[in-house]
Design a protein around this ligand. Structure first.
Ligand code: HEC
Length: 187
């Protein structure tokens, strides 16, 4: 190996070592349960699971950081996705969105999932649990579509935590009906 190549490689190694000192901030902001999406939107268990597996790392304050998020420059690239993802859509602060924004975000969700733009392709190799089957995709599309059409999203916003699910149904509205619809489907 020529001297020059050796020097270049050593230089690159030095750069790699030095950039390791620039670590990303992995503190998740707190989750306020009254503002969290799952309860507010009365998401059924299967939908919650799919969202946690396929979306929450980039679109919530419940991000999980695997070992490779310690390694720059990959870590910077990932932190960027998380920051950008939360800016566009953050399930942890869903309750702070007004009714119109919630409906719009729900609509964007089914569009993105339908055209297979979300979850991001680059996320999938390291996250097999986020690879949606056709059925899972259809399920999310159908559910988000119903949510976006719900006239009662702000009603659900006031209802608070998961314990309030029956109250949600009592309050009537589309979300309650949707729950029933789902049971029928299971039968
Ligand atoms: C690896 C990180 C990552 C994952 C996982 C992920 N997203 Fe995203 N998402 C992003 C980023 C980054 C953006 C903003 C840039 C863009 O639109 O590509 C975004 C944007 C969005 C938007 C907004 C689009 C717009 O026009 O503003 C929606 C809606 C969305 N994602 C839904 C989802 C849903 C639903 C899932 C799960 C099925 C998901 N995302 C999974 C990173 C992610």
């Amino acid at each position: 190996m020529s001297k020059i190549i050796k020097r270049i490689l050593l230089g690159l190694l030095a750069v790699f070592v030095v950039i390791q000192f620039f670590r990303i901030d992995k503190t998740n902001p707190p989750v306020v349960s009254e503002q969290e999406f799952m309860a507010l939107a009365a998401a059924p268990a299967d939908v919650s699971q799919l969202l946690k597996d396929a979306c929450y790392d980039c679109h919530s304050h419940e991000t999980k950081y695997p070992w490779y998020t310690n390694i720059a420059p990959v870590s910077w690239w990932i932190a960027n996705h998380i920051e950008d993802g939360r800016k566009h859509l953050n399930f942890s602060v869903w309750g702070t969105y007004d009714q119109k924004k919630q409906a719009h975000k729900a609509e964007e969700c089914y569009e993105e999932v339908k055209k297979q733009a979300m979850p991001l392709k680059s996320y999938l190799p390291a996250h097999p649990e986020a690879r949606l089957s056709d059925e899972q995709r259809a399920r999310l599309v159908e559910w988000f579509m119903a949510l976006s059409e719900g006239k009662n999203l702000s009603e659900s916003t006031r209802q608070g935590d998961a314990g309030a699910a029956p109250a949600l149904n009592e309050a009537g509205g589309e979300l309650g009906e949707q729950g029933e619809h789902e049971q029928q489907e299971k039968e």
